[in-house]
Ligand binder design. Sequence first.
Ligand code: 2M8
Length: 430
Amino acid sequence: MTACTERQLDRAARRVLAANWRQGATVPAAGLYPHQWSWDSAFVAIGLRHLSPIRAQRELESLFGAQWRDGRVPHIVFDPHVAADAYFPGPSFWRSASVPDAPAVPTSGIIQPPAHALAAWSAYGADPAAARARGFLPRIYPRLVAWHRYLTTRRDLTGSGLMSVGHPWESGMDNSPAWDEPLSRVTPVPTTEFTRRDLNHAAAAERPTDEDYGRYVRLARDYRDAGYTDSLRVHRFAVEDPLCNALLAAGEHALASMAAELGHDPQPHLSAAARLTDALVSTLYDPAAGSFFPRDAHTGSLIRSYSVGGLAPLIVPGLPVAAELIKTALGERFRLREACPLPSYDLTAADHDASRYWRGPGWVNTAWLCWHGLRLHGETALADDLRHRLLDRVRAAGFREYFDPLTGAGHGADGFSWTAALTLDLIRAA
Ligand code: 2M8
């Protein structure tokens, strides 16, 4: 695609989204990820709104149609038409059908980062009249409120005012080196007890090791066997993650806008956003490092590992330490001016691995969040430069799942939905 024009890139992105659309929802990538994933759908909706605002709304509605009664939005909604063994762990592992709170459609029982309120507000903004005619906001707003309530109550495992993730898969940055230490306390399930399906579609050197997979399976199995109840005792891996909490705070601002549009009082959401922002800064920000770090909920210690998640609070309106974060992004660990997409993990770290997922390569969604944050904090020149370089990367390597941030080589799945969707959004942001 190197020589392709913006128009051709746009058309190619549309083709990816059309090929990955499955009656009401988009799969992240045919083959490797054959079902609906939670935060993927949020990013897909942000791009889809430019093609069809109604399809963007439906993307979110189909996900929230599988919301549990306790408010959680599952990380995967399984497509019953897809072979049971196409993805591991599938419906027979999660057994959502036996949980009273779960919906009729089979889902996983864990969650993913809450990018949905931001996505719903953008989908609405693309065509408010069409959204009003379909009753989109009155339908999605209470569901988003219930989702945030689940996260700020049941997932506040330490009383700090921040939500915790209970599994690396819940962080979205599954294989991040930040999880190595807390994960080392988890005994892996032997590989003889499960069959990985991801290696049928991707190179082993680009995916998590068998040992880490065994740990993922152990944590998910224990959570399932505890009836998906949330407590520090149940979640032996529990981390207060800056990316998730930043999305939650930014999401409360989006909920405030929705509330105002619906004639409700936006103030409770603005207060929640302020509380989350304060808790983020006072608990997870390290001024000496100029970065946010995840906090291990069991030990109370910060995990001093520089990942793109530590820069994600840039998306929070009014963040008091935005200038410091931008300085860190420009420094040698992330090299914002050249590395693209922004590396998922510290370029200077000895264990940086530019092709293994979430241990170094760059993703378009986290780069898009930084781009959005740069614009929010008035850094339009930096944002624009990043936007151009992101589009060039995709033009050269295709709609890959992730990229070597320095050479630009594409890795993981091809025809990856959020790469295509956010490309559409970046093209239109000119
Ligand atoms: C990756 O995670 C899934 C498990 O949820 C997997 O590796 O099988 C992550 O990159 C995650 O952030 C993403 O949502 C998912 C689907 O794209 O793939």
